[in-house]
Structures are given as structure tokens and as C-alpha cells.
Design a protein around this ligand. Structure first.
Ligand code: PGA
Length: 254
């Protein structure tokens, strides 16, 4: 059975003190209220990562992820962070290719491929983000866009490597806008992604991979979204900044 995953993406929010307090609340609520087959991942800014890993030591329900890493092993890349550094701090997951990284920092499918490679090399599990813009959906090119986002960043991977990836479908028009994809729209794309993976790899692989939905997910709409056959959880932005809302979203699986 595929693991049920709810990942929080704090983006550039919460100072150090606020972040530690939020994480402690999330951990307590997760311990008290979530089932064992549910994985909560908190993707904080780099600043908090090491402390959050320490706080969550031995906790199987809550894990820690970064929001990005650089594609080179090390060197003169002022302001960047390496996969090796993240792994050495005990971080387990890393978001790759979030639409904000693509939009504001020029990331492409090709750079995502490099980032996925280096993340896997250091045993970090990539949460690879894909999704179309409103314009692409309106011009009915969204299936092609999604197909190329997956193919160009991941199809060079061996089966063994691909099996370690989590995919997050986040329609750009639904991120931070309050507009959610309908559960039918999200399910349609998730099923399409799974079919593409079955085609490229095999059916067993397609059945194994967790595909998360992201974009204005909240405690009210999570039930219906997560009830869809091919939606295995969510990547949560705004609502992950409130412990109660974040855990209530995870409880949509209970
Ligand atoms: P949102 O963000 O939940 O605030 O729409 C989701 C994301 O960007 O991962």
C-alpha cells in the first residue's frame, strides 16, 4: 500500500524561534492524533533544519525536509546549499523544482534533473514538483507540459532510483491563490501521471509511487481530494504554517 504523506512547505516564513515552536506543536499533535501509516514531512527554511532534525529524533511520524538544494557537489556557489550538507544534518527529504523556484530562480527541467541526481546520491528523497500554469491549461497543453516535466527530469533514472521519488502535482494557478483544483481535475492529472510512469517504467512502479496534490489545500477540501484513488496526500503551503490546520489536513486520512 502506498504511504499517505502530508508535507508542509513553509516557504520563506517563520523566524528561528517561531519555527521551532510551530514544529513542536506539529510533533505533539501528530503523535497524539495520527495513525502509524501516515508520514508528515516538514520542509522548513535551511536555518531551522538541524534543530528540527534534533527535535524529531526517533519520531517515525514526523520527518524533516529542505525546500531546495544546489546541483553541484560543492564549491564557489555563494549562498547555495549542497545535498551533502543537508544529508549530513539528518535531513531526509528535499523539494525539487517548486514552481516558485522555476518562476523566480530560473529552474528548468534540466536543472531539476541534476538536483534530483545529487539528492539521490546523498540519500535524500526528492519531492519533485510539477504543474501547469493557467495559460497552459486554458490552451489545453497541460498534459504535454506535465509529461515533459516528468520525462526531462526523471526518465534518465534507473528503476531503483525512480522508486525513491515522490511526485507533487501543483497546478501553478492553485498555489497560494485560494483556488483549488477540483478533486476531479486533480484525480485526472494524477491518473495521467501514473499511466505515464507505467508506460516508461512498469505498472508495479506506477502503483508504488506516491503522488501528492498541492495548491490551496486546506482542512475543508483535503477530505475530498485525498479520497481520490490516485491522490496519496498533499504538499501544503499556507495551511502548514498553522499546526492545527496542518494536522487536520493529515487527519483527512484517518
Ligand atoms: P499553498 O502552497 O498550499 O499555499 O497553495 C502549496 C505549495 O506551494 O506547495
Amino acid at each position: 500500500m502506498r504511504k499517505k504523506i502530508v508535507a508542509g512547505n513553509w516557504k520563506m516564513n517563520k523566524n528561528f524561534t517561531e519555527g521551532l515552536a510551530l514544529f513542536s506543536e506539529v510533533m505533539h499533535m501528530a503523535n497524539d492524533e495520527l495513525h502509524n501509516n501516515q508520514q508528515v514531512i516538514v520542509c522548513s527554511p535551511y536555518l531551522h533544519l538541524h534543530s528540527l532534525v534534533q527535535l524529531s529524533k526517533g519520531n517515525v511520524k514526523v520527518a524533516v525536509g529542505a525546500q531546495n538544494c544546489y546541483q553541484a557537489e560543492s564549491g564557489a556557489f555563494t549562498g547555495e546549499i549542497s545535498a551533502d550538507m543537508l544529508a549530513s544534518a539528518g535531513v531526509q527529504y528535499v523539494i525539487i523544482g517548486h514552481s516558485e523556484r522555476r518562476q523566480y530562480f530560473g529552474e528548468t527541467n534540466a536543472t531539476c534533473a541534476e538536483k534530483i541526481n545529487i539528492a539521490l546520491k546523498h540519500n535524500l528523497k526528492p519531492i519533485y514538483c510539477i504543474g501547469e500554469t493557467l495559460q497552459q491549461r486554458e490552451s489545453a497543453t497541460h498534459f504535454d507540459i506535465i509529461k515533459s516535466q516528468i520525462a526531462e527530469a526523471t526518465y534518465h533514472l534507473s528503476e531503483q532510483e525512480f522508486a525513491k521519488i515522490i511526485i507533487a502535482y501543483e497546478p501553478v494557478w492553485a498555489i497560494g491563490t485560494g483556488v483549488t483544483a477540483s478533486s476531479a481535475q486533480a484525480q485526472e492529472i494524477h491518473a495521467f501521471i501514473r499511466k505515464e510512469i507505467a508506460w516508461q517504467y512498469n505498472v508495479a512502479m506506477a502503483d508504488e509511487i506516491s503522488i501528492l496534490y498541492g495548491g490551496s489545500c486546506n482542512p475543508k477540501n483535503a477530505d475530498e481530494l485525498f479520497a481520490q484513488a490516485d491522490i496519496d496526500g498533499g504538499l501544503i503551503g499556507g495551511a502548514s504554517l498553522k499546526s492545527r490546520d496542518f494536522i487536520d489536513i493529515a487527519k483527512a486520512f484517518n
